[in-house]
Design a protein around this ligand. Structure first.
Ligand code: PLP
Length: 382
């Protein structure tokens, strides 16, 4: 049958993926095959997907608006809730305007080809998320990649190629989704200004967690005004769904007219927007939650360091690099059978020979759950 050989190859190399039937329950617990596990895989970092206020507002919204938006935003899918949320976002980042898309993947994959053409250059971090890569592949611009978070590598590409192109976009992420490390944002801004480039920053994993108002890394470092496009998703710390950019008025207007994934895709359900608005308000109303979450992340890093377990991470996403894909799966399966739901991340999601166990900390984890997970991991690693 078509693709059977390819599927067989994936199975032999430990890269075969299957879907599990998972029931998420509150407080970072999940149920798989009638077994309750502690979930160390979720991006719902602050637990907002099941926050009582979010649920209450969503129920009210469904009673008023129903479920689906019915059409794309340029048809009849736009509504006052979009306006409220886009204003909230624009003010949070101190930008001229915000524009919401169907998802984070749709945002990156549709904005990048819309803002670039064949006279332009894109330089992206080598570990950029798949949605960014998808956007770059759909663009007519010429593309080079710099070594991960390496400013010398970025500058050598700029020196060599920048002068041959009209516009140059540097694209990177604030927290990297598979390594959990953080980009050197001030250095990136220095280079983008020195070489007269534009910066596109994906804040998907920092939105909600960094800066006093939760806006992310750029706001924390006070440099959001120096970044032409900041992008993020509502599917991580916000706990709902959808993606957005904040930028200038003219870039947003241009995208409304040119971004195919905006024009030709149905608007988000109103209830999803209401969930997002409620969560974003909780960023400041329940600031303690974010502070405690960040303390838990620091606690985990200190514990790993004391046990001499290495990770490239400086955030809530904590990969333990194993290397071999089969061995990584075995370790993940043992952890799962001991009650800890962790993900085995394998190529092509990460580079060859860097398969890893990815631990994701969330607000509802107890210190003892984290300690037990690390103890079990030590047993399996050594
Ligand atoms: C860095 C980054 N950008 C974009 C996305 C896509 O976001 P969404 O899940 O909203 O499609 C993700 C999600 O995994 C991500 O990690």
């Amino acid at each position: 049958m078509l693709f059977d050989d390819e599927l067989e190859k994936l199975k032999k190399s430990g890269l075969y993926r299957t879907l599990k039937n998972i029931k998420r329950i509150a407080n970072s617990k999940i149920i798989i095959n009638n077994r309750e596990l502690i979930d160390f895989s979720s991006n719902d970092y602050l637990g907002f997907s099941a926050h009582p206020q979010v649920i209450e507002n969503c129920i009210k919204c469904i009673n008023t608006y129903g479920i689906g938006a019915g059409a794309a935003r340029l048809m009849s899918g736009n509504n006052e809730i979009y306006c409220i949320l886009e204003n909230l976002l624009k003010n949070l980042f101190g930008k001229e305007r915000a524009l919401i898309f169907g998802s984070g993947f749709l945002t990156n994959s549709t904005v990048i080809p819309a803002i670039t053409n064949k006279n332009d250059l894109i330089i992206s971090d080598k570990l950029a998320h798949s949605s960014i890569i998808h956007g770059i592949k759909s663009s007519d611009a010429q593309h080079h990649r710099f070594k991960h978070n390496d400013m010398n590598s970025l500058e050598s590409i700029l020196k060599k190629y920048r002068q041959n192109f009209k516009n140059c976009w540097i694209i990177t992420e604030s927290i990297f989704s598979m390594d959990g490390d953080i980009c050197p944002l001030n250095d990136l801004i220095y280079l983008k200004e020195k070489y007269n480039c534009f910066l596109y920053l994906d804040e998907s994993h920092s939105f909600g967690l960094f800066a006093d108002n939760g806006a992310g890394l750029a706001k924390q470092l006070n440099c959001a005004d120096k970044i032409e496009i900041i992008m993020a998703t509502f599917s991580k710390a916000v706990g709902s769904y959808g993606g957005f950019i904040v930028s200038s008025h003219s870039i947003c207007e241009y995208l409304i007219n040119k971004a195919r994934g905006f024009i030709f895709s149905t608007a988000l359900p109103p209830v999803t927007l209401i969930a997002t608005i409620t969560s974003i308000k909780l960023f400041s109303e329940e600031r303690e939650r974010i502070i405690n979450f960040n303390k838990l992340v620091q606690y985990t890093h200190a514990l790993l360091k004391s046990k001499i377990i290495n990770t490239p991470s400086a955030s809530q996403i904590i990969p333990i690099i194993i290397g071999d894909a089969q061995k990584t799966i075995q370790i993940a399966e043992s952890l799962i059978s001991n009650g800890f739901y962790v993900l085995a991340i394998r190529p092509p999601t990460v580079p060859q020979n860097t398969a890893r166990i990815r631990i994701s900390i969330n607000y509802h984890h107890s210190k003892s759950a984290i300690e037990n997970l690390i103890e079990k991991m030590i047993e399996l690693l050594y």
